[in-house]
Design a binder for this molecule. Structure first.
Ligand code: NAD
Length: 358
């Protein structure tokens, strides 16, 4: 098949890990006779430096005509001064809005070889295989903000339509998995959460009676996520709760560096990025873990291009490489090869070699 893929390396370790994601996509295309056109464009802090705009018009136009977008990471101290007029994050929020990607999928599966890298006891991690579906374009991050000398406010608002559409994405995912959906809210306190719970209940009863639904309050869900993570299948929640809980859940997997994400809307086009940021503390050293980006490339193949078996090829290559002892600095531990770790590009080489062996 032919596909146009926009590549936005961004800032910090973004370009380092994106390079490995691109190589994985090119390798899969070559193996399977696909023609992927990968076009790079400036985004984030790098684009502010070049043109003053974190999302230049040409980058936006490229994304809008692409089948999928692979993003590295954006941001860094250079663009984070409190009085900064324009920030990289503004470009990301705008890009998500322009693409209409309202559902952020974050799978968390703890590969057995990485159980000892997590700060959670290994026996708690057996069987963990969950997916967060975070609402991405509504809620308090997008509401009106006010500020005077003594007070600040952020408005949190959700419409029925916004809750319905993200519920359907999560429910369809649950149907293809273990048919279990956990909806997380704070309905004992927040009016938006009461609406959320009502809408989720109605949509699931009317359209997805084959999926078991449970509702959980965000505070106790945060606790159960590390107490009994293997019990969860698909979790759906609003923007801010999802932002916080997905970072918590990523620690089950041992490192921010290994987790992928997909942001989807109504069509096939999606935005794919590792869940980590630009990691300024290690940028430029060639030691970042590219696994989160490479697994994001697999999600791109699955959700935007419909190439399920190619997605599985990449995932299997990553897992075989980890099984064989592949470790970057963030997941190296003394019990594997004396804690020795490889560079970003060497990790990419090992994964490509596994891909070639399949
Ligand atoms: P971060 O995810 O960049 O880094 C947190 C810690 O994890 C750091 O110690 C870092 O070295 C480590 N880490 C992250 N990714 C890694 C990888 N692939 N391999 C090895 N180690 C890795 O979070 P932060 O430090 O809070 O934020 C840094 C910048 O990134 C900020 O400007 C922030 O706004 C931005 N950020 C961007 C995104 C995004 O692009 N979507 C997401 C989160 C944060």
């Amino acid at each position: 098949m032919k596909a146009l893929i926009a590549v936005l390396p961004g800032d910090g370790i973004g370009p380092e890990v994106t390079r490995e994601g691109v190589r994985a996509l090119q390798a899969v295309a070559q193996r399977n006779g696909h023609e992927f056109t990968l076009v790079e464009a400036p985004f984030g802090g790098a684009a502010i430096d070049a043109s003053g705009d974190p999302l230049p018009q040409a980058t936006l136009e490229l994304c809008l005509k692409s089948d999928a977008i692979l993003l590295g990471a954006i941001g860094g101290p250079k663009w984070s001064a409190p009085d900064a007029k324009v920030r990289p994050e503004a470009g990301l929020l705008r890009l998500r809005k322009e693409l209409g990607v309202y559902a952020n999928l974050r799978p968390v599966a703890v590969h057995p070889a990485l159980r000892s890298s997590s700060t959670i006891r290994p026996e708690i991690l057996v069987g963990v295989d969950l997916v967060f579906v975070r609402e991405l374009t509504g809620g308090i991050y997008f509401g009106a903000k006010t500020r005077d000398a003594t007070t600040a406010t952020d408005l949190c608002s959700y419409s029925v339509m916004e809750v319905e559409r993200v519920t359907r994405v999560a429910a369809r995912l649950a149907q293809a998995r273990r048919r279990k959906l956990t909806s997380i809210d704070k309905s004992n306190v927040l009016e938006t959460s009461r609406l959320w719970r009502e809408v989720v209940t109605r949509v699931m009863q009317a359209e997805f009676p084959d999926v078991a639904v449970e509702h959980a309050l965000v505070d106790s869900a945060a606790m159960h996520l590390i107490r009994r993570p293997a019990d969860f299948d698909v979790i759906v929640t609003e923007n801010m709760f999802g932002d916080i809980l997905t970072d918590e859940a990523s620690m089950l997997a041992g490192s921010l560096g290994v987790s992928p994400s997909a942001s989807l809307g109504d069509g096939k086009r999606g935005l794919y990025e590792p869940i980590h940021g630009s990691a300024p503390d290690i940028a430029g050293r060639g030691i970042a873990n590219p696994v989160g980006t490479i697994l994001s490339a697999a999600l791109l193949l699955r959700h935007s291009l419909g190439l399920e078996s190619e997605a599985c090829e990449i995932e299997a290559a990553v897992y075989r490489a980890l099984d064989a002892g592949l470790r970057t600095a963030d997941i190296a531990s003394a019990d594997v090869d004396g804690g020795r770790s490889v560079s970003t590009s060497a990790a990419g080489d090992v994964i490509l070699a596994e891909l070639a062996r399949a």
